[in-house]
Design a protein around this ligand. Structure first.
Ligand code: DSN
Length: 427
């Protein structure tokens, strides 16, 4: 059986498992889903925020729960027929509290952005001051980017990283906090490869009377398995997505230990920002929290970090600069500053050989957000497939071959990437 026919068989089986329990009548849409399924099977997925969910989670996401409206909270709904979804949501809440070791969980936010917006609505008034990390240092859109609601409706002050070490500049954070007296400080990032010091942030927040929000969307899987320090008891509020290192369905959560804040957060999520919660996704979140509490998951996150460290080391050996010189977590950012290469060009060149990444700003980036001088890589998805440390040298070699010859032929590399993927089929 040749390479292509083998891939065909595996893709067909994945399509069946993932989406084709029922042969779809809408064959046009089914065709797109099948094509995406094959892309996921045949490509090396290095987008740091993506992952592959379990079949239980996929089943819950595609279940009849999508039919049910349940505005409100367990036991206090605005619709009838909620006896089963009440139990589902309560179980998801209880599992989230147990996993993160906290007193309160809201599992309804549709995304990480909406989880953050709920915190803003609960704790702030329009034009209040937020101190968050700038995007080129690794912060998220919702931490104050001008184009986001946060940037438009609040007074934003941004901190960055030390220009040499690329670590959060805590002196700058303290100086800015004292000068601007924010009502809310945000610690958390989308492309920061190092450990965050929640206690130091809380000390500064206490000095200026600010709330501290830990947005741990990227590192929540590391936190619940002890591979990164825990935001509690330092953060007043924690937000996260459930689909990155936590390996659940797409969605958000808000957690706290403070009763007064809990009430405000519940009111902010519903009816403040959202109507009907997505009960199929909430069931899948509950499954995710259970899976993430197992020893197997802890071992998986250990391998995610080992793979990231190995990939960072291999790329460094090929001569590439990395933001902060390496990684302590699941992601790394290649820094092309000073080279005749943009993140945009690198992303597209790698995509042509089946390696999926995303362009990313680097600290004090001179390029626009469209071009960027960096490329973010992460290992959560490939580790779920089973990729191991020795494979990281092969991936780094493929990346180097492609980036050092952008106009070169792609066939040999495409073949190599496909063969590597076949070694670790998605199921
Ligand atoms: N889009 C997410 C990421 O890729 O990190 C952040 O929202």
């Amino acid at each position: 059986m040749g390479i292509h026919s083998m891939i065909q068989v595996k893709s067909t089986s994945q399509e069946h498992n993932a989406a084709m329990h029922h042969a779809m009548i809408d064959t046009e849409m089914a065709g797109f889903i099948a094509a995406e399924s094959k892309r996921q099977q045949d490509h090396i997925e290095l987008i740091a925020s993506e992952n592959f969910v379990s079949r239980d989670i996929l089943t819950a996401c595609g279940s009849i729960l999508t039919n049910k409206y349940a505005e409100g909270y367990p036991g206090k709904r605005y619709y009838g027929g909620c006896q089963y979804v009440d139990q589902i949501e309560q179980m998801a809440i209880d599992r989230a509290k147990s996993l993160f070791g906290c007193a309160f969980a809201n599992v309804q936010p549709h995304s990480g952005s909406q989880a953050n917006q709920a915190v803003f609505l609960a704790l702030l008034e329009p034009r209040d001051t937020i101190l968050g990390m700038s995007m080129d240092s690794g912060g998220h859109l919702t931490h104050g980017a001008k184009v986001s609601l946060t940037g438009k409706w609040f007074n934003i002050v941004s901190y960055g990283v030390n220009p040499v070490t690329h670590r959060v500049d805590m002196d700058q954070v303290r100086d800015l906090a004292k000068k601007h007296r924010p009502k809310l400080m945000i610690v958390g990032a989308s492309s920061y490869p190092r450990i965050l010091n929640f206690k130091e942030f809380r000390d500064i927040a206490d000095e200026v009377g600010a709330f501290l929000l830990a947005d741990v969307a990227h590192i929540s899987g590391l936190i619940v398995t002890g591979h990164h320090p825990h935001p509690f008891p330092h953060a007043h509020v924690l937000t996260s997505t459930t689909h990155k290192t936590l390996r659940g369905p797409r969605g958000g959560i808000v957690l706290t230990n403070e009763e007064e804040l809990a009430k405000k957060i519940n009111g902010a999520v519903f009816p403040g920002l959202q109507g009907g919660p997505l009960m199929h996704v909430i069931a899948a979140k509950g499954i995710c929290f259970q899976e993430a509490s197992t020893p197997a998951f802890s071992q998986y996150i250990g391998s995610v970090c080992d793979n990231a460290a190995a990939l960072a080391q291999a790329l460094t050996q090929h001569g590439y600069n990395l933001v902060s010189g390496g990684t302590d977590n699941h992601l790394l950012v290649m820094d092309f500053s000073g080279l005749d290469l943009s993140g945009h060009a690198a992303q597209h060149a790698l995509e042509a050989v089946g390696i999926t990444t995303n362009k990313n700003g680097v600290p004090n980036d001179r390029c626009s957000y469209v071009q960027t001088s960096g490329l973010r890589l992460g290992t959560p998805a490939i580790t779920t497939r089973g990729f191991m440390v020795p494979d990281m040298a092969i991936i780094a070699q493929c990346i180097h071959q492609r980036l050092s010859n952008l106009d070169g032929p792609v066939d040999v590399l495409v073949n190599q990437v496909e063969q590597l993927c076949q070694k670790y089929p998605l199921n």
